[in-house]
Design a protein around this ligand. Structure first.
Ligand code: MN
Length: 289
């Protein structure tokens, strides 16, 4: 049965966001553990998004811009502009830091995290920029495959677990997709409402599609609706998330917090960016200090 959940509105780096994952009672969809819609602000003269150096552990960031442009920089020395249609995939492993600076006034896009599995989450950091992604055409839609395999098309991006991430640009009429019954999925509308197997889903909401589903019908609620379809094998591990860290225990989160707080350059090497770094908030489970 498809479940609908409403996301929470917030702000990151001066950008309006809606966090649709994690959501109440549901932390992950396959390995996807975090999904933020990055939305153009209502203000007529907004300041560009500016997210200073901050750390990550145990996850890959999947950055997908639909309108606008930003520059990514990270601990590996990467300085990479990202534009619509291009994929940035940064893997933290034991630790990485990065910064994001918009070079356009507004950004429309999606920032997503994949939780790394046990066998890679303690490993090395990595960054992939994929300037061009494979695209498929079906009646009613054009799709770009960011990660994994979908509709007979395979992304060149390398990921750590069985997963799929697709951007669907919808026209008139429903499109029937073959789903992997071993995967769970979610549909995240970005612009315009979307009908997911008959359920209307508005931007800012997420439709959760359970394991065991063999086909999903997706239809534009408006001409020009656009959505993300994300899925994967259920994680099978209980993750702990706090701030920018994905781990398995609170002690691991505390250690990452302390390493960032004291500037451990082995774990979180410097980032080629002039934006001030972001301090970690104090974990609520630690005594005030
Ligand atoms: Mn980040």
């Amino acid at each position: 049965m498809i479940e609908l959940r409403e996301g929470r509105h917030g702000s990151v780096g001066g950008l309006d966001i809606v966090r649709v994952l994690p959501t109440k009672g549901r932390r992950t969809v396959g390995p996807w553990c975090f999904v933020d819609l990055m939305l153009p602000p209502d203000a007529t003269d907004p300041d560009p998004m500016e997210v200073g150096p901050h750390p990550h552990i145990g996850l890959s960031t999947v950055t997908w811009i639909m309108e606008g442009e930003a520059i990514h920089s990270d601990s590996l020395g990467t300085i990479q502009p990202i534009r619509p249609g291009q994929l940035n995939l940064m893997t933290a492993g034991h630790g990485i830091a990065h910064a994001e600076l918009a070079t356009s006034r507004t950004i429309l896009g999606v920032q997503m995290w994949l939780a790394q599995p046990e066998d890679t989450r303690h490993g090395g950091r990595a960054f992939q920029h994929v300037p061009e992604l494979p695209v498929f055409e079906q009646p009613g839609c054009t799709g770009s495959v960011l990660v994994g395999q979908f509709a007979g098309v395979t992304s060149p991006a390398s990921v750590d677990s069985a997963t799929v991430g697709v951007d669907l640009d919808l026209r008139k009429g429903a499109t029937q997709f073959v789903a992997d019954p071993g995967f769970e999925y979610c549909v995240v509308p970005v612009t315009g409402p979307v009908l997911v197997s008959g359920h209307r889903v508005d931007p800012g909401w997420v439709a959760l599609v359970p394991e065991g589903t063999s086909d999903i019908s997706i239809e534009a609620g408006n001409v020009g609706s656009r959505c993300m379809l994300l899925g994967g094998s259920p994680l099978g591990e209980r993750i702990q998330m706090w701030w920018n860290f994905v781990a398995r225990t609170r002690d691991e989160l505390t250690e990452a917090f302390r390493d960032w707080e004291r500037g451990n350059d082995d774990r979180f090497p410097g980032v080629p960016s002039t934006i001030p770094r972001i301090d970690a908030p104090r974990p609520p489970w630690l005594a005030p200090g």
